[in-house]
Ligand binder design. Structure first.
Ligand SMILES: *[C@@H]1O[C@H](CO)[C@@H](O)[C@H](O)[C@H]1NC(C)=O
Ligand SMILES: *[C@@H]1O[C@H](CO)[C@@H](O)[C@H](O)[C@H]1NC(C)=O
Ligand SMILES: *[C@@H]1O[C@H](CO)[C@@H](O)[C@H](O)[C@H]1NC(C)=O
Ligand SMILES: *[C@@H]1O[C@H](CO)[C@@H](O)[C@H](O)[C@H]1NC(C)=O
Length: 377
């Protein structure tokens, strides 16, 4: 009896242990399966080339398997322009933004009517086919009477550079938005840029030209302008009347974070148009203006009324003679956003750090756009 009772007790205990072991095994199995699944999805959505590691960006892995997660959460509106003759730049920029973030990015691409078909083919036949985007057609008539019909100013023939003035009109539903020039590569998570604080009463944040990168002497002496007098003619009455200090640090409008509520409340677009119109009559911009003609009206309208962007989120002058080459590869690698402003574009014949740009470029399926390179191998 006693032994029988003990045996029964032992059997019961054994069963309990067996059940416990089975449960543990099942849990362990589930954990392993889940981990591996997570790892798989991690790998598929691997968004950033880790130090020294080069991922096969040209691989069709992610879109073809159709495993791209639906991106949820707060929308991050990004406005960018697509000019036919440099369409590869917007593709590389978008690819870098998209692959380096898991955020719910919505691109608004402003382009001319004739570019729409080419752009759509390029987006749909590459790994950008999952990207959430809208195309808006820029109407060049918008600029009638606002830019001089002077072919001398090269950019007058580039109407899309003015698209940023109409930010609140292109993204009417958003409160906050990002504008980016097409000659950028984003290496950080765009969510961080989006979270740039905009002070109350400010309609936008820009990166100033006297930021730490310039202060370190990296850019100084490269022949770039960094104060208001480099952009505006302070001898003109209309400028004098504003009482602005000529040596005020200028900013580069290639990266803009905007509070579109303030933008609309302050009539920023109308104010910019006003200065454009006045310039066609009174020639208010500096005679030595080397950079974008979209900058002077922005400098006037946002004088002492803008917030700042983290300097690492707008590392620029990569397209200026010599300047880009002064950056160390370590600095370029650490930069969150690289901007090839200046004449030497990374898809052109000679440019610094074009290898960085190449990593994000996706070849044109129509074959129309091909980066020009000095050495072809
Ligand atoms: C999955 O990821 C975890 C942590 O990231 C790691 O410890 C584990 O080795 C990975 N497993 C596989 C199969 O890659
Ligand atoms: C835009 O292009 C399409 C053909 O691609 C053409 O049918 C249409 O008329 C054009 N629209 C304008 C406003 O030029
Ligand atoms: C934008 O500006 C409005 C009006 O001043 C303000 O209420 C709002 O909080 C601002 N939003 C952001 C994201 O800064
Ligand atoms: C913006 O424009 C509207 C209509 O033209 C005007 O009523 C308003 O006063 C303007 N606001 C500012 C801040 O200039």
């Amino acid at each position: 009896m006693r032994t029988g009772g003990t045996d029964e007790a032992i059997t019961m205990t054994m069963r309990k242990v067996n059940v416990a072991i089975l449960v543990l095994l099942a849990v362990a199995f589930l954990i392993i399966v889940q981990r591996n699944l997570l790892n798989l999805s991690d790998f598929l959505h691997k968004e950033h080339p880790d130090a020294g590691m080069i991922l096969p960006f040209e691989s069709e892995l992610s879109p073809d398997l159709g495993l791209e997660l639906v991106r949820k959460g707060e929308e991050i509106p990004v406005l960018i322009t697509a000019a036919e003759e440099r369409l590869g730049s917007v593709i590389a920029a978008m690819n870098s933004i998209y692959q380096n973030s898991k955020a719910n990015i919505v691109f608004t691409i402003v382009t001319l009517n004739d570019t729409v078909d080419h752009l759509k083919v390029w987006l749909s036949k590459t790994k950008l086919n999952n990207v959430n985007y809208k195309i808006v057609i820029f109407k060049p008539e918008l600029l009638n009477g606002k830019i001089a019909k002077d072919p001398q100013t090269l950019e007058a023939s580039k109407p899309l550079t003015f698209a940023r003035f109409y930010l609140s009109a292109y993204i009417p539903e958003a409160e906050k938005a990002i504008y980016l020039d097409d000659d950028v590569i984003v290496q950080g998570d765009i969510q961080d840029l989006f979270e740039t604080p905009i002070k109350p009463g400010h309609a936008a944040a820009f990166s100033e030209d006297c930021d730490s990168a310039s202060a370190k002497g990296i850019v100084r002496g490269a022949g770039t302008q960094n104060n208001y007098i480099g952009f505006l003619d302070f001898k003109k009455e209309a400028i004098k009347k504003l009482g602005m200090r000529a040596n005020t640090c200028s900013f580069n409008p290639g990266v803009i974070i905007a509070n579109l509520t303030e933008w609309k409340n302050q009539n920023i677009t109308q104010q910019l148009e006003h200065w454009m119109e006045l310039n066609t009559k009174e020639d208010l911009y500096s005679k030595t203006l080397a950079e974008s003609i979209t900058t002077p009206p922005l400098l006037i309208v946002f004088y002492k009324r803008h917030s700042s962007i983290d300097p690492m989120w707008h590392v620029r002058h990569l397209g200026t003679t010599g300047a880009g080459n002064r950056y160390s590869p370590q600095f370029v690698k650490a930069a969150k956003l690289l901007h090839w402003n200046g004449h030497y574009k990374p898809w052109g014949r000679t440019s610094s750090f074009s290898d960085v740009w190449d990593k994000w470029f996706l070849p044109d399926p129509t074959g129309k756009f091909v980066p020009v390179r000095r050495h072809t191998d």
